[in-house]
Design a protein around this ligand. Sequence first.
Ligand code: SF4
Length: 359
Amino acid sequence: MAQPTTLLDLPPELSAERIRAWVAGEKLPAYRAEQMHRRLWMDPVASWQDATELPKALRERLERDFPLPRLSVDVIQQSQDGTRKYLWTLGDGEKIESVLIPSAGRRTLCISSQAGCALGCTFCATGTMGLRRNLTAWEIAAQVREIVLLDVNDKPTNVVFMGMGEPLVNWPAVDATLSILNDPKGFGIGARHITVSTVGIVPGMKALAARPEQFRLAISMHSPKGADRIGIMPIEKRYPLKEVLDVAATFHKRVTFEYVLIAGVNDRDDDAAVLASHARRMGAHVNLLPLHPGGAPGLVPTAPARIREFCQFLVDQGVEAVVRRSRGLDIDAACGQLRVQMEKKRRADHQEPVDATPS
Ligand code: SF4
């Protein structure tokens, strides 16, 4: 008997092809292929049994030949500002997070691409866990699918790869997921509304640049000078910022710099001056983010007045810069925070020591 196929792992074009071939092989009418395919992403079902437009016997065959894997929702935290955080459990027990941020007619979903992360940025809760494993394409895209299954009105209008993990070290799965998100026979989210955020994984950036769609690129910069950056982002050793910016300059896609302000670490006048010169050179937009309190032991958020001053300096230098509001302050909304908190609780319940050392 043929092995069951996870259609949800494939870009829509390939899953449609696979279904058409199966329908033809089963001697079913061709329109069944279209009906089946729209149940993957466009009008998803929790299981084939819910696709009641299909005959019962066919639904049973589909359950067997093309099972629809699910994420199970562990915790949903709702912030007073409307931000919602989901903690999902994967089939092997790993846990990942997504954050849904509503604002002015948009619903932006921040998704995870890995369980944990190997890159050990010092200001990041996920970095404290090390890498557990890469997610598959369906596990990444299912973060959108599950939310649609919970409530279709929550379907995200925008998606950012800024949750757990570094997306560009998991390129094959992220590549397929981008198609699932963007394809009209997938979720149909416009490429300009999908942002891949990277610390600067050069081969992955080149692969992303080679795609024809206008996906957005965000570079997690956090320090504009390589010599300082290495202190908070070990990846600087492998892919120096200078090389990363040279590759980003070849993008025909809009580039954003993400910059978490940390008191005394990256918020000095000369940091602002060098950041401004990088941004001007590339026509990049700068997002300044207050460090999420509690997300990074030993690091102190820059004071609000200094954040405003830093931002004004950039604007005076002709740079498009904004301070992003910290969302979900009353929940564990920074990347990896909820999972780290749950892990601590679990260990405390079992009297295990907590290792919070960044990897
Ligand atoms: S900021 Fe991103 S790349 Fe750095 S440790 Fe966290 S998840 Fe990994």
